[in-house]
Design a protein around this ligand. Structure first.
Ligand SMILES: Cc1cc2nc3c(=O)[nH]c(=O)nc-3n(C[C@H](O)[C@H](O)[C@H](O)COP(=O)(O)OP(=O)(O)OC[C@H]3O[C@@H](n4cnc5c(N)ncnc54)[C@H](O)[C@@H]3O)c2cc1C
Length: 397
């Protein structure tokens, strides 16, 4: 009988994979993270972490070390007209028990890596591309591009939207182009004139989100625009400034950011319908590999963190002091799916619905945004409470 703790293999060192490694290490598993990149150079973009994500970070003991920005509110505009603001700051903390923050993605990854390093110094294996998996009664195996097999009691596929492991498991088609491309850039706050506040600007067929990072020293721009054709997929593809100006130049702040951006990136937004299952025996999907979603609720990374905590919870229901029987692992993975699937499917649906709401035209836009504009003028406090209440299901869980 072996006495060492069982081992979890995790494929992918994104926010989902690193969070899973931390949560499992905290509950007594040995962990190995196989990441195909030779070095982790996380995309220079912002990410919003809502209170449900911040609670998972606290559970993991991850400290953002003051590099986050906690907006007091998010302003909502239709065209250039201010409609209302969703109050955050102290209200978010009071209502949902944790702050709502905006962070530079490399800072999140660094904080997660440092925490994992403290828990399990040897866990991260870079330059390890996993091309498939196998399993038997005793273990699961991640097969890398050199044909080497890495053994673990459970194998977590946190390998993103194009997950080759999901494809092996479900044999499904690629994620679908949503008909929208996203633009992004990050600029120094000091390069911009006037006031910069976190906000969303919606309009016919496009919208813009501006967030602040690193205590407000950096400004993050994301613009989404409908486009029938899409070019290659990938976070590092550059776009032409003139195209970004044509799409978003109607908004003065967006125009200014685009004009002073050194580099603008542009890529296709993909999504897929909820999957019928996330596991095959000892192999289980997590994060974008399981449920890619459009960014219009800012939840992809947060849901991946929730997945991580949930999976570790379900795997911890089984003894970790010896060999873990295949059925016990399979049952834990099924229980994790049962716990998470309904919620992530709802977030996928609501993200898509939010995107189409943001992009409404003509009378449909008037019917959507007119009541918010009117309510804010007649009953501002009530309106803001309504905006908060709309997010209770998401941020309180
Ligand atoms: C414009 C935009 C804005 C967004 N804003 C937000 C936001 O504000 N808040 C939020 O919560 N979410 C946001 N998201 C979503 C979020 O970025 C993703 O949902 C999240 O990063 C998914 O994390 P993941 O770990 O599942 O996958 P990924 O981040 O894709 O990580 C997958 C990892 O697996 C590695 N990998 C892939 N294949 C292999 C392989 N074969 N072998 C080994 N390693 C492999 C990759 O190199 C990568 O490191 C946004 C997304 C977009 C597009």
């Amino acid at each position: 009988m072996h006495t060492t703790a069982p081992k979890a293999l995790i494929v992918g060192a994104g926010i989902g994979g690193l969070s899973t490694a931390i949560c499992l290490a905290q509950s007594g598993w040995r962990v190995q993270v196989c990441e195909r990149a030779q070095e982790i150079r996380e995309i220079g973009a912002g990410v919003q972490l809502s209170p449900n994500g911040m609670r998972v970070l606290a559970h993991m003991g991850v400290d953002l070390a003051g590099c986050e920005y906690a907006p007091q509110a998010i302003d909502i505009h239709y065209g250039t007209r201010w409609l209302s603001s969703m109050p955050l700051g102290a209200q978010a903390r009071r209502r949902w028990g944790a702050p709502y923050v905006q962070v530079y993605r490399p800072d999140v990854i660094r904080a997660l890596r440092e925490r994992l390093q403290a828990l399990s110094p040897e866990a991260l294996q870079l330059g390890c591309e996993v091309v498939g998996y196998a399993q038997d009664a005793d273990a699961a195996y991640a097969i890398d591009a050199e044909g080497q097999r890495h053994r673990g009691e459970v194998l977590v596929a946190a390998d993103g939207v194009h997950s080759p492991l999901r494809q092996q498991m479900l044999g499904d088609a690629a994620a679908v182009y949503s008909g929208n491309v996203a633009w992004r850039s990050v600029v120094e706050r000091a390069a911009l004139q006037g006031e910069v506040k976190a906000g969303v600007w919606v309009g016919a067929g496009q919208h813009v989100v501006v967030t602040l990072l690193r205590g407000g020293a950096l400004v993050n721009f994301v613009g989404v625009v409908e486009q029938s054709q899409w070019r290659e997929e990938g976070w590092q593809l550059r776009g032409e400034r003139s195209e970004a100006l044509a799409a978003f130049g109607q908004w003065p702040l967006a125009r200014e950011i685009v004009q002073c951006s050194d580099t603008l990136y542009c890529w296709a937004l993909l999504h897929r319908e909820p999957l019928p299952r996330w596991s095959d025996g000892r192999v289980v999907l997590l994060g974008d590999a399981a449920h890619p979603m459009l960014p219009s609720l800012a939840q992809g990374a947060v849901q991946a963190m929730e997945d991580a905590q949930s999976l570790a919870h379900h795997l911890a229901q089984h003894p970790t002091g010896g060999a873990v029987h295949q059925d016990a692992i399979a049952r834990a993975c099924t229980a994790y799916f049962a716990a998470r699937h309904g919620r992530t499917a709802r977030v996928q649906r609501e993200s898509a619905a939010n995107l189409s709401r943001f992009h409404r035209r003509g009378l449909a836009a008037l019917a959507t945004w007119g009541p918010l504009w009117a309510a804010q003028r007649v009953a501002p406090l009530w309106t803001q409470q309504q905006l908060l209440r709309r997010n209770d299901w998401l941020y309180s869980a």
